[in-house]
Design a protein around this ligand. Structure first.
Ligand code: NDP
Length: 439
């Protein structure tokens, strides 16, 4: 850890993510001297390649704007680089390195052949016209396209990159490369996308929570759930909570959260999708529309009367204090929709209290897994039905849950999904790195 901190100063999120993994896998290093001999740890924390580039574009008023673009190609030991693109003003090298690092282990857990990567820009799509977003995406892809390929690197969406952005990015790639190939996932259904890909991350976290609950002969049915975020992951988490008979009572965005004690119904959720994906409005409007409560500048973790919580907005959105509050209020099931939403003190409390805690790299892996299924359909020039993809997603989440459980048990910490996910993901990648020599 000292070496990581010294070599990558000023990247606190990256230090946080590496620290958690290294702590979990210590018992593995003790049992596997061959990983130490090959210096796997120093190699796995170093990206295989980092691409940073200028993204100039012209706004609607004719002003020239400049953003910074990134792609972190972290590890390709088990497959081509795979991981989302994030457009958000908070994006910097350290944030993307943490996300790329997490992605390596998450992708390994899916059992599909995908290496880990992440990319994006500090561009803020909020308040920008479609024309501005298009011009930005075209400029971004004008550099990135030379690094992509359906056997090399296949990005997807993340915060601020949804169907609209993927469309503009794909269009520019196709024009520059003169090739129609599956170099992005999350594509539109008419041009190579997969059914259930938009739903997959949100559905997957609820499937994962259901698997954790089964270990205690329990289920989501009848449970009250706190959800943060109101974007892609949060929306479909709520949808799957409804399908499995639970009740979601909160949603949030970066301005505040809403509490709806009657529960967010299918009809209200359809309204939220329109609000966020089409009108690009604020979640505060929900409170006016449905006579719900709105709490500006707050997160939903102090709401009472819930058993489950699904943080699905962004990193470090749930602090040690929030964790205390959740536990005091009787929440005992947490599955992370976002990447690293719980800070280290929060994670420690969940683990110490032995609640059912599914870390993001396991619980939200359904998104990238279904991206893998989109790649398989593209490669086979075929389309699977909605049910078929949903069934495969469910089986993948069941298997990820089982691998985490088995790894945690095997290494002496039964029920600890944090250790389980880190260990199971790490061993697969480390074995592949050993086989392939020092490259
Ligand atoms: P979206 O852009 O669709 O939605 C993001 C949501 O989080 C919005 O409600 C946004 O509010 C809120 N948010 C973003 N940044 C902040 C912040 N700094 N503080 C408070 N709220 C914030 O993104 P996704 O739903 O796709 O992603 C959400 C999380 O899930 C991310 O951590 C992402 O990495 C993770 N994830 C996503 C996957 C996917 O397939 N999309 C796969 C696996 C993980 P506002 O509108 O105000 O910005």
């Amino acid at each position: 850890m000292d070496r990581v901190t010294a070599r990558s100063p000023g990247e606190p999120e990256f230090h946080q993510a590496t620290h958690e993994v290294i702590e979990s896998i210590w018992p593995v290093m003790d049992r596997h001297p061959e990983f130490r001999d090959a210096n796997i740890l120093d190699r796995i924390v170093e990206p295989e390649r980092v691409i940073m580039f200028r993204v100039p574009w012209v706004d609607d008023r004719g002003n020239v704007q400049v953003n910074r673009g990134f792609r972190i190609e972290m590890n390709s030991a088990i497959g081509p680089y795979k991981g989302g693109l994030r457009f958000h003003p908070s994006v910097n090298l350290g944030v993307l390195k943490f996300l790329a690092f997490e992605q390596v282990f998450k992708n390994a857990l899916t059992t599909l052949p995908m290496g880990g990567a992440k990319g994006g820009s500090d561009f803020d799509p909020k308040g920008r016209s479609d024309g501005e977003v298009m011009r930005f995406c075209q400029s971004f892809m004008s550099e990135l396209y030379r690094h992509l390929g359906d056997r090399t690197d296949i990005p997807a969406g993340d915060i601020g990159v949804g169907a609209r952005e993927i469309g503009f990015l794909f269009g520019q790639y196709k024009k520059l490369a003169n090739e129609f190939s599956g170099i992005l996932t999350g594509k539109g259904l008419e041009w190579g996308g997969s059914l259930i890909r938009p739903e997959s991350t949100g559905y997957g976290i609820i499937y994962f929570a259901e698997e954790m609950l089964k270990t205690r002969d329990d289920s989501i049915l009848g449970k009250t759930c706190l959800v943060s975020g109101s974007g892609n992951v949060a929306q479909y988490a709520v949808e799957n909570i409804l399908r499995l008979g639970g009740k979601a009572v909160t949603l949030s965005d970066s301005s505040g959260f809403i509490y709806d004690g009657d529960g967010i119904s299918h009809e209200k959720l359809a309204w939220v999708k329109e609000l966020k994906d089409v009108r690009r409005g604020r979640i505060a409007e929900y409170a006016d529309q449905f006579s719900a409560e709105y709490y500006p500048d707050q997160r939903p973790w102090a709401v009472e009367g819930a058993e489950c919580a699904f943080p699905s907005a962004t990193q470090n959105e749930l602090s040690g204090e929030d964790a205390k509050q959740l536990l005091a209020n009787g929440v005992y099931v947490i599955a992370e929709g976002a990447n690293m939403p719980s800070d280290p003190e929060a994670v420690q409390q969940f683990v110490d209290n032995k609640i059912l805690f599914g870390p993001g790299k396991a619980a939200n892996a359904g998104g990238v897994a279904t991206s893998g299924l989109e790649m398989a359909q593209n490669a086979g020039f075929t389309n699977w039905t909605r049910d078929e993809v949903d069934q495969r997603l469910l089986m993948i989440m069941v298997n990820i849950h089982r691998s985490c459980q088995e790894a945690a048990e095997h290494y002496g910490t039964p029920g600890n999904y944090v250790n389980g996910a880190n260990i199971a993901g790490f061993i697969k990648v480390a074995d592949a790195m050993l086989d392939q020599g020092v490259v």
